[in-house]
Write a protein that binds this ligand. Sequence first.
Ligand code: ITT
Length: 203
Amino acid sequence: MKVVFATGNENKLKEIRQITEGMDIEIVSMKDAGFYADVEETGTTFEENAFLKASAIAKKSGLPTLADDSGLEIDYLGKEPGIYSSRYMGEDTPYPVKNAELLRRMEGVADEDRTARFVCAVCYVRPDGTSETVRATMEGIVAHAPAGANGFGYDPIFYLPDRGCTSAELPSEEKNAISHRGKALRMMREILEKEPQVAGGAQ
Ligand code: ITT
């Protein structure tokens, strides 16, 4: 089954391709599909924004479309940056700068108050406009210093106590096995497997 993945984020696309390897889904990027929409993320939840992105491309392309809206919620900061994760301090601000600022705002905060989670909503929109949405999280705490060079975005400051390292220190397969995006896409696979195109074996 061919689906367009409505994201402009190359790092996400890379993870999504790794996670969907072996699934009956062929992920086509917006670039490859030749469709593009700069969607204003006006929703107030991850789910709403994922729907806005997927439905804009499904409408333009007439193809089944998936989108991911994700972000980091830090409890001590009232769940900031949350749905504004990519826009935090400005879309073009480099992540080392954003991460340093979040660490500065968390200075002196004890570990038990540093709880945070990555959230991912994945939305699937069919050509007829109907949709399905799933959400998954990965729990952790805000690190005291950045570490690791894998992953992207806020990974270097997201510490996983069970693993004793940040998500940027995990090899990609290990991150995908436990990540918000990995879990959400595996939940979405269950939904997609029930779609007639997949169940019937047709493209
Ligand atoms: P698209 O909307 O085009 O998909 P985007 O990067 O703008 O790309 P979002 O609005 O969903 O995507 O913002 C997600 C941001 O949350 C992302 O840019 C990172 O800053 C952060 N984020 C999400 N998942 C992450 C992960 O697995 N590791 C690190 N940071 C992540």
